[in-house]
Design a protein around this ligand. Structure first.
Ligand code: TYD
Length: 206
């Protein structure tokens, strides 16, 4: 595959969606063919599955059912957007990918962690070229998330301890492979963009 696959990761309210839009705009400005998409979702069928995942009571699904829903959404997104766009040589920026599943569903459950590895290998198979993890203070991030008051509160409802645990997971994960880059998100939007731009600039080599 000839394109580039960049993922944005971080806890809820870390600012990755805002940063994704800015990155997309700046890359387009210099003439790159870019797609900015997200998970769960990114394409109509997967957005329908997203609603099942992010709305409603926090214990509405068993953990295995929830995991399968994430992978159903991911496979559909992969078929419709990720694979064709990367194959066509585009830069694909994705707001969350399998690393989110590793952190949110797999971090405290060895059985699920193994299942995630197997599912990813058998039904997805692609690994991002570059993963930017936006690291923020969980308290700050949670307040930002709660201020949004969207319908999508299912994961925010897990609370501060859950977000802190996810943040620690991301910090540990960032040390496991050189595709990961931790970005300090406790800065202004502009400053965080500059930090991200530097990483993308070095990676794409222009
Ligand atoms: P997202 O839209 O990125 O939320 P936010 O913009 O608030 O960061 O993701 C929605 C929620 O889904 C988020 O709380 C994290 C969760 N999630 C998982 O638990 N596992 C996954 O595999 C993915 C992709 C997301």
């Amino acid at each position: 595959m000839s394109g580039k696959f960049i993922t944005l990761e971080g806890i809820d309210g870390s600012g990755k969606t805002t940063q994704g839009y800015i990155l997309e705009k700046e890359l387009k400005k210099i003439g790159k063919e870019v797609i900015f998409t997200r998970e769960p979702g990114g394409v109509p069928g997967a957005e329908e599955i997203r609603k099942l995942l992010v709305q409603g009571e926090k214990d509405r699904w068993s953990n295995i059912t929830e995991l399968l829903l994430f992978f159903a959404a991911r496979r559909h997104h992969f078929e419709k957007i990720l694979f064709p766009a990367i194959k066509a040589g585009k830069i694909v920026i994705c707001d969350r990918f399998t690393d989110s599943t590793v952190i949110y569903q797999g971090r405290n459950n060895l059985q699920l962690a193994n299942l995630i590895k197997q599912l990813h290998l058998s039904v997805i198979g692609i690994i991002p070229d570059l993963t930017l993890i936006i690291d923020v203070d969980p308290k700050k991030a949670l307040n930002r998330g709660l201020k949004r008051r969207s319908k999508e509160m299912r994961f925010e409802a897990f609370g501060l301890e859950f977000q802190t645990n996810a943040r620690n997971g991301y910090i540990e994960l960032s040390k496991t492979d050189k595709r990961y880059h931790l970005v300090d998100g406790n800065n202004s939007e502009e400053k965080v963009h500059q930090l991200i731009w530097q990483k993308v600039f070095n990676f794409l080599g222009f």
